[in-house]
Design a binder for this molecule. Structure first.
Ligand SMILES: [Mn+2]
Length: 358
């Protein structure tokens, strides 16, 4: 089940909480002592940074599929996401240099986080705040390259990521996302178990597990298999998007209330799901959208923890960011104090891999 640690960081005592949560996540991901120490250090540093530069913020820690999976089931990684509404960082490139610390502290700094993590992404806009995402998997990347031991294939041209925020700081989210690659097909799925809490998590987790067997099927057929597998659970809203990198076509199908926003040529459109509940009530026909996918495309799936009518701002995913960074910025900015969140919130993003990675 999607165990997520949502640690508000508003005073120095919470830095320890972030570190302990990171160590628990490392144990869940099966990391060894050395990688656990890395996770612990990165969580401590990001939480400390929140206090130093933004005075307060939050750290989200969970165990995720890495953004460039190899064929089959990827190893899992601990993902640490720090979010704040602080003043932002004027020059993110300088701030990520090894040893840089604007506060003159002994803190290891963002540069160290970047160097130690398998992947590190930073998004900061003066006046809007900062999002930092670090992932640490089981095997340390060799010097000078990223990934999980072996260089992941770049020919795929697409990567995925997400964040998952449990309702009211609960231990488990009833939402779950995954992505899986099978040959030329890359499938991204987001499932929202009915309600929230552990029973909701059981339904969405069943969807994640089942999809692993059907990654080659088109979305409508995968949904049919999921419907059978989720019988006996509360059921879930599920959206499935599948990119065929050979044909450059994206197929989408969804049942229930999971929203999908696709950017094409700089404009956003919605991909529509059919009413129903996977595992409980299957609509007679499920329509499948098929659209072209280009280097400028971006897909955002989100559960109803975000407002249904929300449309991403024009700069979403720009400059080409780690998809989990895009997801985290979305969660931070789409929420509003005027609309209290009443459910788990998950956002999953599919994005082209930039040709020149920083
Ligand atoms: Mn829900």
């Amino acid at each position: 089940m999607p165990r997520v640690w949502d640690v508000p960081v508003q005073d120095p005592t919470r830095v320890r909480d972030a570190r302990v949560a990171a160590e628990e996540a490392a144990a869940l991901a099966g990391l060894d002592e050395r990688r656990t120490a890395t996770v612990s250090l990165v969580a401590t540093e990001l939480a400390t940074n929140l206090l130093k530069y933004a005075h307060a913020g939050g750290v989200l820690i969970d165990v995720v599929d890495p953004p460039l999976p190899r064929e089959g089931r990827p190893g899992r990684a601990v993902q640490i996401t720090a979010l704040d509404h602080g003043p932002g960082i004027a020059d993110t490139a300088v701030a990520q240099r090894d040893g840089f610390s604007s506060s003159g502290s002994l803190g290891a700094g963002l540069g160290t986080c970047r160097r130690l993590s398998d992947d590190f992404g930073l998004h900061s806009v003066p006046g809007r705040g900062t999002v930092a995402v670090a992932r640490v998997g089981a095997v340390a990347p060799a010097p000078g390259r990223t990934g999980h031991g072996e260089e992941p294939s770049r020919d795929l041209g697409v990567h995925a990521g997400g964040v998952n925020v449990p309702f009211a700081g609960a231990d488990f989210s009833g939402d779950a996302w995954t992505w899986i690659r099978s040959g030329d097909r890359t499938t991204l799925m987001l499932a929202d178990g009915l309600g929230h809490g552990s029973e909701a998590a059981r339904a969405s987790t069943a969807a994640v597990e089942e999809l692993r067997h059907w990654a080659r099927l088109p979305p409508t057929e995968a949904l049919r298999k999921l419907h059978a597998a989720l019988a006996g659970t509360r059921g879930a809203a599920v959206a499935v998007a599948q990119l065929d990198t050979w044909t450059g076509r994206l197929r989408f199908a969804g049942i229930g209330n999971v929203s999908a926003r696709l950017r094409e040529d700089g404009r956003w459109r919605s991909l529509l799901s059919r009413p129903g509940i996977v595992g409980v009530h299957q609509p007679h026909t499920v329509r499948e959208d098929e659209v072209p996918w280009t280097a400028g495309s971006l897909l955002i799936l989100h559960t109803d923890g975000l407002p249904g009518r929300w449309t991403p701002p024009p700069d979403t995913g720009e400059p080409p960011a780690d998809p989990a960074v895009t997801a985290a910025v979305t969660v931070r900015d789409a929420g509003s104090s005027a609309r209290p969140v009443r459910d788990d919130t998950a956002v999953a993003v599919l994005a082209p891999v930039p040709s020149e990675r920083p």
